[in-house]
Design a protein around this ligand. Structure first.
Ligand code: FMN
Ligand code: MN
Length: 503
């Protein structure tokens, strides 16, 4: 018996998307070289159902790819439906409900994984000379990428030498050879931090990579939980069930038993190879690759008819925005709230490509704090930029909570009408940050500091609990009986019922 449900079984997740009409099974031949990725890009950008490529040219029969696993859906299918399905939540779950769920699991006791003897991921086992990554349809994702990427929607499994902490985390891997991959392993991320511990001992880092993982586990692996927190225990708390794991064939690690594909081996302590470039989460393709550590694959196990999920990174919305951005928002909101600041919500607008987080401020509580704009900005910067979460996102935008910050139109309106040029922005040149941010100077990339700001869209009156003016709109400018009458008679006036809902 294997664990079921969309949160804890990737195959169930795919089947549910197909049943909901939020995935399409593509039986016509599609090439893994650019074509599958081009279709996936168009799917993200048109909010179409996720493409399941069941007939990949040149691939072994049965080997499949799922594109856009957490892309957004057309409005009538529930914009966040595919994301919500990662957690076993209803398709109409709102961002706010999702964040509350993610945060409450951060405060619950972890639920450790349950070790089982075997599982579907062991249906096929390749060891020794049979190990060959080229057996899988490894896609070329963008024309100017430096290679083909196998791991764009899978997570690494590594454990500290003392065995006390096991990290599950997403980081891309590019095909390097028949039995090798290459990919980034940043020391500020837990993969790199644990790899460093083994390197310092002069040893190889025992490693596994899980592709087609339980969707809730994949999302947790893209979440900046604090160091020394096992993502597996968090997933157990989040879903209410221990994740079923099996031991790898060749090293002492444990992986989800129903995963589609598991790679196992080690990260070399010293060997590097050129990796990238790859079209990235901020939406740009740069020309240069960089040397990165080499991952050696000593065994591959996989389900029959395996499905490889892929993220085709680039302009939003893709999974670096819908999964990473959402998980950053959850951990960021939790930190801000726990610090006692008057914060009601946080959201990484998907449109901003995980380069900003919008924070909404409860203005009534703000007035009671008697903080000035600078003091509030400094406090927010200290809480966020000093954390594992805040390292990832360079810009913070503060707005009053009359704005629904998950609605980009409202955020734009607040920025345009409330941010005061010259006085509304606070800079944090010493704050450490991810060097991938596209506008950083060479110096900032080299030192890993700078390019970080808090932009305030708060009005001076809001620090005293008042606002300058009220919104003029359908919801704000008419008495309830008039609004009700207008809504009830809408189609009688001759309008169609299916227009956008008014704000
Ligand atoms: C689709 C996707 C791709 C990602 N790719 C990378 C990557 O290549 N390198 C990286 O450092 N982080 C990447 N991330 C972000 C990390 O997974 C995230 O920061 C996570 O918190 C890292 O785990 P850790 O906190 O245990 O270090 C990606 C996230 C997602 C959702
Ligand atoms: Mn971690």
């Amino acid at each position: 018996m294997t664990q079921h449900g969309t949160a804890l079984n990737f195959r169930d997740f795919v089947e549910e998307l197909l049943a909901e009409g939020d995935a399409v099974d593509i039986r016509t031949p599609v090439s893994p070289t650019l074509e599958a990725a081009a279709i996936t890009r168009r799917v993200y950008e048109t909010r179409s159902p996720a493409p399941l490529f069941s007939n990949l040219s040149g691939a072994e029969a049965g080997f499949r790819i799922l594109g856009a696993p957490a892309g957004l859906s057309g409005a009538r299918k529930g914009t966040y439906g595919r994301l919500a399905a990662h957690f076993g939540l209803p398709r109409d779950t709102t961002p706010r409900e999702l964040l509350e769920k993610l945060i409450s699991a951060m405060h619950a006791d972890p639920v450790a994984p349950r070790v089982v003897d075997t599982g579907p991921c062991k249906e096929n086992v390749l060891t020794g000379d049979d190990v060959d990554l080229e057996r899988f349809p490894v896609p070329l994702l963008h024309e100017r990428d430096g290679g083909r990427y196998l791991g764009t929607y899978g997570f690494h499994v590594v454990a500290t030498p003392d065995g006390r902490w096991t990290s599950w985390s997403i980081s891309r891997t590019m095909l390097h050879g028949r039995t090798t991959l290459v990919g980034p392993c940043m020391p500020q991320q837990h993969l790199g931090a644990i790899h460093r511990m083994w390197r310092e001992r002069g040893e190889r880092t025992p490693w596994a990579m899980v592709l087609g993982a339980p969707p809730a586990a994949l999302a947790a692996a893209g979440m900046p939980l604090p160091a020394e927190v096992d993502e597996s225990g968090y997933v157990g708390a989040l879903t209410g069930s221990p994740v079923e794991v099996v031991r790898t064939e060749t090293n002492d690690l444990y992986v989800p038993a129903n995963a589609e594909i598991v790679l196992e081996g080690y990260i070399s302590p010293d060997e590097t190879a050129p990796e990238g470039p790859m079209g990235e989460y901020h939406g740009y393709q740069f020309a240069e690759g960089r040397p990165q550590p080499v991952f050696h694959v000593e065994a591959i196990t996989f389900r029959d008819d395996p499905i490889l999920p892929i993220c085709v990174a680039g302009l939003p919305p893709e999974e670096n925005h819908t999964i990473w951005g959402t998980m950053i928002a959850a951990t960021g909101l939790d930190r801000l709230r726990s610090s006692g600041l008057p914060v009601s919500m946080a959201w990484c607008s998907y449109e901003a490509a995980t380069c900003w987080i919008v924070v909404s401020v409860d203005t009534r509580r703000l007035a009671r704090t008697r903080l000035s704009e600078r003091e509030l900005s400094d406090a927010v910067a200290e809480v966020l930029f000093g954390s594992h979460t805040g390292w990832l996102v360079p810009k913070v935008i503060l707005v009053a909570d009359d704005i629904d910050i998950t609605d980009i139109d409202q955020v734009v309106w607040a920025m345009a009408t409330r941010y005061h040029p010259g006085t509304g922005e606070y800079l944090y040149p010493d704050a450490p940050g991810i060097p991938l941010v596209p506008y950083l100077t060479e110096e900032e990339v080299r030192t890993g500091r700078g390019g970080k700001s808090v932009m305030s869209c708060l009005q001076p009156e809001q620090f005293e609990g008042r606002a300058r003016g009220t919104a003029a709109g359908f919801r704000h400018s008419y008495p309830e009986d008039v609004r009700k009458r207008v809504c009830e008679n809408w189609t009688d006036y001759g309008f169609s019922a299916t227009g956008l809902p008014p704000r």
